[in-house]
Each structure stands twice: as C-alpha cells, then as structure tokens.
Design a protein around this ligand. Structure first.
Ligand code: FAD
Length: 461
C-alpha cells in the first residue's frame, strides 16, 4: 500500500477508478460529516452516510487498515463480545432480541458487501463455538434461547460430534453457527475504501486529527496542516484516538491480539481438524481455522502492552501443540497483531454523545458484524433521525482504569486463561475419572453375572 504524500491536495478530484488516494489533507475543507479513523467502523459510517447523500471526509492518522481492521481472522457471525444470557440478565429478553437482530443485520451487511467485492473471498463454512468445560446444561439453555427467542440459525453439537470433527480431548460440546462465514481481512477493508471513494467519500491518510471543537452547529476539526468544518463528527479512532478526546480513549482497554499462519501442514491437518470453518472457544482464548487447504491460521496470545508479533510465534506454536498434539511441532510462517479496544462492559460504544458528535468504537474481538451495524445505525441517525442507536445507551462510557487498568487487564487476562486452563483440566480429569468408574462398574457387573451363573454371592461396589 503506497502513500502518496507528495501530492498537494485533495484526492477526491481523482476519478474513482484511479490509484487509491493516499494523500494528506492539506487544504481546508467543509463537509457534512467528518469521520475520524479509517478502520472498519469509520469506513462503514463514511460509506453509508455518503450513499445517503452526505458529503463525507475521512481523516486517518496512518493508512487504511494498518491496525486491527486489516489484521483480523475474518470470521463473521451474529452477536457481541458479551454472552447473550448476560445481556438478557441486564436488559431483559425484548431489548436483547433487538440488539441481537441488529448484530445479525451487521453480519448480513458484511455478507452483501463482501459478496460484491472481487477479492473479499467469502467462504460460507460456519463457525463452531466450543466449550472447554463440560457445561452441557448451560449450553443447551443458550441454544434454546438463541433459537427460540432470537431466531438464530444455530445447532448444538454433543461431545462425540465435536470430537469426531476436532481430534482433541480439550473440547466438550459446541454451538454451531451454520450461517457464519469468513472473508479476507485486507481485501474487505480495501474494498470498503474503494466503495466509499466511489460514493464520493474523500479519504485522507497521514492526517491525524489533533483536536476538534464540537459545541457549535458547524464543528471544527484540526489536523497539523489543515482544518475541516462539519455538521457531524464521528469518532471511530478506536484505542488510538488520543489527543482529540483523551477521555473517550481512556474508556477503552487496549488489547494487542497476536495471530499467525503456519507453513503447509499436509494431510495431517484435515485429519486433526475436520471442520472447515472457524473454531473459537467460549473463554475467548483460541480462534483458528484452516486456510489455503493445509495451513492453519491461529489467534491466541494477548497483551495489554505493545509487543513484537514475532516473539509471540512460539506461544502460538505452543497453543497449537497443546490443543492438537497430533500435529506435533508446527512451523509458523508469519505472525501479526492488531490492537482491539475493550470496553469495561464488553459492549461496543455506538451513539451520539452530544448533538452532532458520534462515537463508534470499543468493538473488541468481535468487530466485523458490530462495526457494520454501527456504520448503518450512525448513518441513519445522522441522516434520517433514526434513534435505534439508543439501544446501546445502557452501555455508558466507563473509564477503563488507565495504566493501572492495563496492568489489571493483563493480570485478569492471565488469570482468565489460567482458570480456563484449570477448568478445562478439571473437566477432562472428571471425564477420565467417569470413564474409569464406568469401566470399573462394567467389570463388577460382568463379575457379578459370572458369579451369579456359578451360584455365588454377588460382589459389592
Ligand atoms: C488478531 C485479531 C483477530 C480478529 N479476528 C476477528 C474476527 O475473526 N472477527 C471479528 O468480528 N473481529 C475480529 N477482530 C476484531 C476486529 O478486527 C476489530 O474489532 C475491528 O477491526 C475494530 O475496528 P475499528 O475501526 O474500531 O478500529 P481500527 O482498526 O483500530 O481503526 C481505527 C483507525 O482510526 C485511526 N485513528 C485513531 N485516532 C485517530 C486520529 N486522532 N486521527 C485520525 N485517525 C485516527 C487509527 O489510525 C486506525 O486506523 C480481530 C482482531 C484481531 C487483532
């Protein structure tokens, strides 16, 4: 991706089919909507507001897709980073159903958009949410809830079915999202940028917003080299927003999530992983899928401080070996990372903070369907006065704790992973103990039958 920083001014004058506008904003500009941030959230808002007839400028600090939005695993499914039963407990069934419908509409939006993009490589292979522990009753409850109350296309997989597909003892039952699908991260984001430009959006890169003034009818936005005036500002900068709104930035815990892709693993890979879609565990630790026939894409390690992705390649190798010992030592060809913004309540921040000032951030690990729904919600809010974004109002901006929060976040993440590992180990130990007990009872029963046949007294337990 090249950045043409020598061009003097507005790329929007270039035809839509020309090379991408990698230009700084150097002239003052007046628009209806100014979007800060060219990730999935910012580009979707920009595209949708432009399609509805607004004049739109996107200001991006670096370049399109340098962060999480072009470095995810591409799994698109309904829902949020918060379990549906937790949402129901907090909001009730009706409110949760509306949120669920929006999340499904977000996934549908990505499907339609990606379907029209040549390189987005949509694969409709489903997703499997596997449980590390044997909590079948909770899983059945969730399944029933999703199917009966929300009309979700999900089915339950029992342990035997899970283990027939995934050759590991670590997973018990699973929820299968049959209409989940996958897209190519970079191509989808680049495609969104092309669609946005074709709809008249002007995207300026290497143009960090340093401040804005949102109190008047016409808001003022400043970069180092130019000024913008706009009726609406959309803050879609995720954890890197920084100076323009330190208070909003402080409501997000930045989490660096690392991913890697292995060298080709041959036929052994499909023997170990006989499911074509994405697999993720309910503790949010591992997320993987087979790509290019016999390579494995795997995301797992997380830190709350920036780390070198190459240094996490060993951790990824270790996770693969732990979950699928039959694969042995695999070679990881490439690693990368992206920073996601985690809110304290786990739900995204979507809505109008004050007249004309909008926020779309905090999408965490599930940012594909949720950024899409945010884009639609905010565009309709701005142009049609649609106030369904208020469904997210219960999830307020809560301070994430600053540096202390990041230290705590790292500790909690380590603790969550350790306790998930301990819970999993305990569940597997219980399973082995139950199997030993069953075998012992079978032996006792066989001995009893034999002795009864011989007219002897039965054995006790
Ligand atoms: C390894 C990994 C795997 C993932 N896998 C999945 C998955 O399979 N499915 C899924 O749904 N989600 C997944 N996610 C999550 C998803 O990628 C994110 O939730 C989503 O990309 C967030 O998009 P965003 O637009 O909010 O943020 P970003 O991608 O961070 O974009 C924000 C942009 O704003 C710009 N910006 C910030 N401040 C300013 C400023 N002051 N001026 C100008 N520009 C500014 C930044 O430079 C940045 O480009 C994954 C994430 C990671 C890291």
């Amino acid at each position: 991706m090249s950045i043409d920083s020598t061009s003097p001014d507005l790329a929007a004058e270039a035809p839509a089919t020309a090379a991408p506008e990698r230009r700084r904003l150097t002239l003052d500009l007046d628009v209806d909507v100014c979007v800060i941030g060219a990730g999935l959230a910012g580009l979707t808002v920009a595209l949708e507001t432009a399609r509805m007839g607004a004049s739109v400028a996107v200001l991006e600090s670096r370049h399109v897709g340098w962060n999480a939005s072009a470095h995810h695993l591409g799994t698109v499914m309904p829902g949020y980073g918060v379990a549906v039963e937790d949402l129901i407990e907090r909001l009730g069934v009706d409110h949760t159903r509306e949120l669920w419908t929006l999340s499904q509409q977000g996934a549908d939006y990505v499907r339609t958009t990606a379907g029209g993009l040549a390189g987005a490589a949509l694969q409709a292979t489903g997703a499997l949410e596997v449980s590390n522990v044997d909590r079948n009753a909770r899983s059945i409850g969730r399944l029933r809830m999703l199917r009966e109350n929300f009309g979700a296309r999900v089915e339950g997989w029992q342990r035997e079915q899970v283990r027939a597909a995934l050759k590991t003892q670590r997973y018990f039952h699973a929820v299968h999202y049959s209409d989940a699908f996958h897209i190519d991260a970079r191509n989808y984001l680049e495609g969104l940028a092309v669609l946005a430009r074709q709809s008249g959006v002007r995207i300026f890169e290497e143009s960090p917003v340093v401040s804005f003034e949102a109190s008047g009818i016409r808001k003022r936005i400043a970069t180092a080299s130019a000024r913008l005036r706009a009726a609406h500002i959309v803050l879609a900068g995720n954890v890197h927003l920084g100076a323009p709104s330190p208070r909003l930035t402080a409501t997000l815990l930045p989490v660096w999530r690392y991913a890697g892709i292995t060298e080709p693993l041959g036929a052994g890979l499909v023997e170990a992983i006989g499911f074509p879609g994405a697999v993720m565990d309910t503790d949010g630790i591992d997320h993987f899928r087979i790509v290019e026939g016999d390579r494995l894409m795997w995301a797992s390690p997380e830190t709350t401080w920036a780390g070198d992705p190459a240094r996490h390649s060993r951790a990824i190798r270790r996770r693969i070996a732990t979950v699928f010992p039959t694969l042995g030592k695999v070679a990881v060809r490439e690693t990368w990372c992206g920073t996601v913004g985690q809110t304290v309540h786990g739900m995204p921040q979507i809505g109008e903070l004050q007249p004309g000032l909008w926020v779309a951030s905090g999408f965490g690990r599930q940012g594909l369907n949720t950024t899409a729904l945010a884009g639609q919600m905010i565009a309709r809010g701005i142009l049609w006065g649609d106030d369904r974004w208020r469904l997210f109002a219960p999830f307020e901006l809560v301070w994430a704790g600053g540096n202390a929060g990041r230290v705590a976040g790292q500790l909690v993440s380590g603790w969550t992973r350790a306790s998930a590992a301990a819970g999993g180990a305990l569940a597997r130990w219980r399973e082995r103990a139950a199997m030993r007990e069953e075998a012992r009872e079978a032996r006792v029963a066989a001995a009893n039958r034999q002795m009864a046949g011989e007219g002897d007294r039965p054995l006790g337990p």
